[in-house]
Write a protein that binds this ligand. Structure first.
Ligand SMILES: *[C@@H]1O[C@H](CO)[C@@H](O)[C@H](O)[C@H]1NC(C)=O
Ligand SMILES: *[C@@H]1O[C@H](CO)[C@@H](O)[C@H](O)[C@H]1NC(C)=O
Ligand SMILES: *[C@@H]1O[C@H](CO)[C@@H](O)[C@H](O)[C@H]1NC(C)=O
Ligand SMILES: *[C@@H]1O[C@H](CO)[C@@H](O)[C@H](O)[C@H]1NC(C)=O
Ligand SMILES: *[C@@H]1O[C@H](CO)[C@@H](O)[C@H](O)[C@H]1NC(C)=O
Ligand SMILES: *[C@@H]1O[C@H](CO)[C@@H](O)[C@H](O)[C@H]1NC(C)=O
Ligand SMILES: *[C@@H]1O[C@H](CO)[C@@H](O)[C@H](O)[C@H]1NC(C)=O
Ligand SMILES: *[C@@H]1O[C@H](CO)[C@@H](O)[C@H](O)[C@H]1NC(C)=O
Ligand SMILES: *[C@@H]1O[C@H](CO)[C@@H](O)[C@H](O)[C@H]1NC(C)=O
Ligand SMILES: CC(=O)N[C@H]1CO[C@H](CO)[C@@H](O)[C@@H]1O
Length: 595
């Protein structure tokens, strides 16, 4: 459904009582929903209101559609609304009246990123024009599970085009040539980070209760940090990727983006599990916690005795956004809070973790020797992944794209259609200079060849990244005893144009990360902390992250700064700081020499 037609659907359903009452801050307060303040409500709270009759699922759909109508022209976070959302909600309401409640998600509206294929009237196109109008052979397994659990598919969220796989740099993050630039509700001139950008903006702006995104290399944890949400990027294979456009077989993983770790855990319990259509899920058999992830939700008392490792140098001293204005003090205060709550903090600077991550994971990609070059690994896997995905993807007969079956043909189509609207100008340091698809071109160049050089780089990087994270969890005390740590903390935020150091190593390793929000930076946008865990260690991460959530209880509302002046696509540098060209998408930026 086109967004302009939402108003009709909204008007046809009664129930936005008290619409003149408002709550929240900024220029776009959210109306009450049937007299109830649903703003920032968690899934469990919404569920209670439906259970006691204060709200119906149709009320929720109606109110979220009204919110989308009110805000989406500024944010571009929702790409398409599901024309059938209200009728699905009506079915869920009838079931509830008849005494059937399928799961804690029954009647709860959700959106998915535009790379989850949904078999209904709205389009799935991975944020691209080249895939728009095509169909996959089956609905994504995750979407099937969410529907079966009673979730109401409200629509798709905007994503960075092709999940940020079009270009490595000089391409606007959070931008889709199909639906435009997603904007950060906190400060609309600041980035959202990618690529699940629309999903995080939609949840944070109360356009929907919960959203689902994907991560290959940062696409869940980075935008969560940038919009102040919770997520778990799980071990690839824990959750089926079938039906989701492929970035990389070995790195992709779907995940929930939500207002609380409880919401994330509740959603995980619904979407995890083996799937015959995704053989990587077979790796996870035997690793699902007996009582589910939700049972691991903890309060701050659980921090007593919890052992957390911090690689002070360089993660907490020089790289990423740690020295961005106003940030360091808040991080230091948070560490003090953790210690006061009884957590034991271990300085793991001297762990081999740091050396390995600098050399093979965190370092500047162009400096990495070929036998450790993970960029080649990603571009090869992307070429293979698109080829396999497109085998089951069809365009209507007669469409000029009918029969398109490879990344090479997609890149050629973009070129032929001058589809470079997200390109930020000439790329001066990477492969390609003007097409805005340098990474596509790199993938095409590999032709998906998985030769000895490919497997050498893949094996080297994966093995060393895993060893680095495993070793980091073993703190060797001065007296030689070994302390097993519960998690490793890494700053999570971007800040202007600076890179975020959180995602790389776990992406290379195929290991999980939890993201917890902490504060607001000098530009009034959120930042947070990542917790690294070990392979299939998600249950532990839920416990650590939810205990930290209870301690910090961060909940700053978006203020919509610059909603009327922001222009895009863009990638803002941080005034007062200089970044060398190479560091634009990477790490180090130094304060500009004071004049
Ligand atoms: C899907 O995309 C096509 C092409 O842009 C558009 O005409 C159609 O309205 C879209 N479908 C929905 C449900 O928005
Ligand atoms: C697993 O699935 C991938 C993607 O479909 C495929 O390329 C690979 O050959 C499969 N592996 C095995 C061992 O079947
Ligand atoms: C952590 O250890 C490193 C190396 O021993 C040291 O340089 C640094 O100052 C320590 N940081 C803190 C906060 O103790
Ligand atoms: C394509 O569809 C076939 C038939 O359903 C299925 O076996 C195969 O796993 C699918 N491949 C991908 C990459 O989804
Ligand atoms: C793309 O740009 C070229 C050069 O400006 C022009 O000749 C061509 O018609 C354009 N193609 C499309 C599909 O707009
Ligand atoms: C990029 O640089 C090339 C060579 O200098 C130039 O011809 C081209 O117009 C530039 N493209 C853009 C988008 O600035
Ligand atoms: C490799 O190149 C051939 C010939 O151009 C093409 O048909 C095929 O789709 C390419 N494979 C991949 C994975 O890009
Ligand atoms: C060794 O040091 C660790 C960490 O400081 C401490 O917990 C442990 O009790 C010490 N062990 C012995 C045998 O002194
Ligand atoms: C919003 O971000 C811009 C830079 O993009 C900055 O100049 C401005 O101060 C920020 N606004 C607030 C209120 O922090
Ligand atoms: C693919 C391509 O043309 N790359 C060029 C981009 O620009 C740099 C710097 O001018 C050249 O070194 C590359 O060869």
């Amino acid at each position: 459904m086109r967004l302009s037609s939402i108003a009709v659907a909204v008007a046809s359903v009664s129930g936005i009582a008290g619409a003149s009452d408002s709550c929240g801050n900024g220029p776009f307060p959210m109306s009450l929903c049937n007299g109830v303040k649903i703003e920032d409500a968690t899934i469990n709270t919404l569920q209670q209101w439906m259970a006691n009759g204060a709200l119906t699922s149709q009320d929720l759909v109606t109110c979220y559609l009204a919110r989308i109508e009110q805000t989406n022209k500024y944010l571009h976070s929702i790409s398409e609304v599901n024309p059938d959302a209200l009728s699905i909600a009506a079915t869920m309401d009838q079931e509830r009246v008849a005494g059937q409640v399928r799961s804690p998600l029954h009647g709860i509206p959700f959106v998915t990123k535009d790379n989850y294929y949904t078999d209904d009237k709205h389009n799935t196109s991975e944020g691209t024009l080249v895939l728009l109008g095509g169909k996959f052979i089956s609905e994504a397994t995750v979407v099937k599970k969410l529907r079966a659990a009673g979730g109401v598919l409200l629509g798709h969220s905007t994503m960075s085009e092709a999940a940020d796989h079009r270009a490595l740099s000089n391409y606007a993050s959070g931008y889709s040539s199909r639906t435009g630039q997603t904007r950060n509700t906190y400060n609309l001139t600041q980035p959202t980070a990618g690529s699940s950008s629309g999903s995080v903006v939609a949840v944070r702006t109360n356009q929907v209760a919960v959203a689902f995104g994907t991560e290959t290399h940062g696409s869940l944890v980075h935008p969560s940090g940038q919009l102040g949400l919770y997520t778990i990027k799980s071990t690839p294979g824990l959750i089926s990727r079938y039906g989701i456009v492929t970035g990389s077989f070995w790195h992709d993983t779907p995940g929930a983006l939500a207002r609380s770790m409880a919401d994330v855990a509740l959603a995980m319990d619904i979407i995890v599990g083996p799937d015959a259509h995704d053989n990587l899920t077979f790796d996870a058999i035997g690793h699902y916690p007996e009582n589910g992830y939700y049972s691991q939700i903890a309060d701050k008392d659980s921090l007593r005795g919890m052992k957390l490792g911090i690689p002070w140098d360089p993660y907490w001293s020089t790289i990423g956004h740690i020295n961005s204005p106003g940030i360091r003090e808040q991080y230091e205060k948070s560490i003090q809070q953790l210690e006061a709550a009884g957590a034991e903090i271990y300085n793991i600077t001297d762990s081999p973790f740091v050396g390995i991550s600098n050399k093979y994971g965190g370092g500047q990609v162009s400096d990495v020797a070929p036998e450790f070059n993970h960029v080649v690994v990603f571009s090869t896997l992307m070429a293979v992944g698109y080829g396999e995905y497109l085998e089951n993807w069809t365009f209507p007969e007669g469409d000029e794209r009918y029969g398109v079956s490879s990344l090479a043909e997609m890149a050629a189509w973009n070129r032929a259609h001058n589809d470079t609207t997200g390109a930020l100008g000439n790329n001066t340091w990477w492969w390609d200079n003007s097409t805005g698809q340098s990474f596509y071109d790199a993938g095409v160049k590999t032709n998906g060849t998985m030769d000895t050089a490919f497997w050498t780089a893949f094996g080297n990087v994966r093995t060393s990244a895993r060893r680095a994270i495993d070793i980091a969890h073993a703190y060797v005390a001065d007296n030689g005893s070994v302390v097993a740590l519960d998690g490793i903390l890494i700053p999570n935020g971007r800040g202007g144009n600076r890179g975020n150091a959180c995602a790389s190593l776990p992406s290379f390793a195929g290991y999980p990360i939890a993201a917890v929000p902490l504060g607001l930076d000098g530009f009034s946008t959120p930042f947070g902390v990542c917790v690294y865990g070990r392979q299939f260690g998600e249950a532990k991460l839920v416990k650590v992250a939810s205990a930290m959530e209870d301690l910090f209880r961060w909940n700053e509302r978006p203020q919509w700064y610059n909603y009327d002046t922001a222009k895009g696509p863009w990638d803002m540098p941080w005034p007062g700081y200089t970044c060398s060209d190479e560091s634009q998408d990477r790490f180090a930026c130094e304060p500009a020499a004071s004049s």
